[in-house]
Design a binder for this molecule. Structure first.
Ligand code: PAN
Ligand code: ZN
Length: 193
């Protein structure tokens, strides 16, 4: 394949990538079952806040190409659980990904199908390497938007169903102003594979 070099501009303050081929806007109503406190979800559904936006420059689906994108996660909580992304495995399980945080403060939840979990910090300048086989979810634990850049193989694909079914084993909650990692009583590792 003969592809041409290109440049893109990511506005660092807003996280917007110009000429993104896809913009995804996720509101609470797009993912109500992902939060643990269902009473809080019901109470906030009328307002239906935007939780995050993703700007993607999608390459044609090919193992030799990359897609690039940025995500902007708003600050806030649903009950005591911070605003976060849905999280996913890649459909092509071995596909890795790299995140680079531009601004804000976050946590990256990582988890294998077995339930083995890791939590990494996200802060300006931090590069997170996500190996194949690890589901990934980002959580904004700060008071400003969490903005990060991502690059992944264009044929990786996204498997949201496995995470919707089994949940992450860890939750990130606001404990009187301090982010705390707790066990998710409802997670069921191994489901959704
Ligand atoms: C990211 C994510 C983005 C939104 O670009 O897709 O942060 O999160 P969800 O896809 O879980 O809603 C990425 O990991 N791409 O593969
Ligand atoms: Zn991904």
């Amino acid at each position: 394949m003969n592809h041409l070099p290109f440049d893109a501009l990511m506005e660092l303050k807003s996280g917007v990538i110009d000429e993104a081929s896809q913009v995804i806007n996720r509101r609470l109503s797009d993912m109500p079952s992902f939060f643990h406190d269902q009473d809080a979800v019901q109470a906030q559904l009328e307002e239906d806040p935007v939780l995050y936006r993703t700007y993607i420059k999608q390459s044609p689906i090919s193992p030799s190409l990359w897609s690039i994108g940025s995500s902007v996660i708003e600050p806030g909580t649903v009950g005591n659980e911070y605003f976060m992304t849905k999280g996913h495995f890649h459909l092509k399980e071995e596909a890795p990904e790299v995140y680079f945080t531009v601004s804000g403060s976050g946590r990256l939840l990582l988890q294998r199908h077995s339930g083995e979990a890791e939590v990494k910090n996200m802060a300006p300048g931090v590069i997170n390497y996500i190996p194949g086989g690890w589901a990934h979810r980002t959580v904004n634990v700060g008071e400003k938007p969490l903005i990060f850049f991502a690059v992944w193989p264009a044929d990786a694909g996204h498997n949201y169903g496995a995470i919707e079914e089994m949940g992450f084993t860890k939750l990130v909650v606001d404990d009187r102003g301090v982010p705390k990692i707790i066990d998710n009583p409802k997670s069921a590792p191994g489901l959704g594979k």
